[in-house]
Design a protein around this ligand. Structure first.
Ligand code: DGL
Length: 282
């Protein structure tokens, strides 16, 4: 892994990390609500998807990404990826951060998502659609049980969905087969579900298709708003960290794949032109 540069406490951009394009659905909401901040968005597109990878591999890749963002001056990093939040966050917070710089922070997105469901579900039956890694980690049911013990959770892994987005096949008719199948499977596990958490940041890019197969009356919950609100709240409660976040309204986009490909795809997802830099994670 790359050597860590001498850690300084100079202010820097907020780092936003995902395995690929999915984190853009979180970044765009954060940027909309906090336009004065600077960001570095990092997509590990060359190694996406993470969803079917083992715990050790997701932890190692995420660690490399966090090191890169710290070396780029970020004091605060958001893992805008459920798979990384489920499989790497705790180790990074408890094992890595104390040795790197205990004042820096790495935050995940599962907790703020779960906090938001309490007021949404009326039937108290919630469904979770996510990658195989996130589902197998049991992070959602465990976190939901901690905060809302009265809520029943059913889950379904969607092994193809993030790959469809990374391969730019998500709007094609072939995608419907997988989307319909996985939603039907989830609803067959619990017909009382009234709220479905899209527990993967890639899935909002499939929202139009997802809504076609979710019956009326079921709320489909994306994570951007809950995560951005939680981040704003965090920075209010931690003015010492807020001071370490620069505010120039700029974003740098980085990818481990082709910068041209990232530019093309990400511009479509964000609806504006952008430039991207190709980097290597070690
Ligand atoms: N977007 C990520 C998530 O939220 C990961 C998808 C993947 O790489 O499989 O889980």
């Amino acid at each position: 892994m790359a050597e860590l540069k001498q850690m300084s406490q100079s202010p820097g951009p907020i780092g936003v990390f995902d395995s690929g394009y999915g984190g853009l659905t979180i970044y765009s909401e954060i940027q909309r609500m906090m336009p004065e901040y600077d960001f570095i968005y990092l997509g590990d597109n060359a190694r996406a998807p993470y969803g079917t990878r083992s715990f050790d591999v997701v932890y190692e890749f995420t660690r490399q990404a966090v090191h890169h963002l710290f070396n780029s001056g970020c004091q605060l990093v958001i893992l805008a990826c459920n798979t990384a939040s489920a499989k790497a966050l705790r180790n990074i917070q408890q094992i890595d951060l104390p040795g790197i710089d205990p004042r820096r922070r790495v935050l995940g997105i599962i907790r703020p998502t779960v906090e938001s469901i309490g007021e949404i579900t009326k039937s108290r039956h919630v469904g979770v659609l996510a990658t195989e890694g996130t589902i197998k980690s049991m992070s959602y049911p465990l976190e939901i049980r901690k905060l809302f013990p009265d809520i029943t959770v059913a889950s379904e892994a969607c092994p193809m969905w993030a790959s469809l987005v990374e391969a730019n096949e998500h709007l094609n008719p072939g995608a419907d087969y997988f989307i319909k199948r996985d939603i039907e499977q989830l609803l067959s596990r619990d017909p009382d579900i009234d709220t479905i958490i899209l527990g993967c940041t890639h899935y909002p890019l499939l929202l139009d298709k997802i809504k076609q197969y979710v019956p009326n009356g079921i709320t489909v919950l994306t994570q951007g708003h809950a995560v951005a609100t939680a981040l704003q709240d965090y920075l209010k409660r931690h003015p010492e960290m807020d001071k370490l976040c620069t505010k120039g309204g700029n974003t740098i986009f980085r990818t481990t794949e082709s910068d041209e490909r990232f530019r093309e795809q990400a511009s479509k997802f964000l609806n504006h032109d952008l430039r991207a830099q190709k980097i290597t994670l070690l």
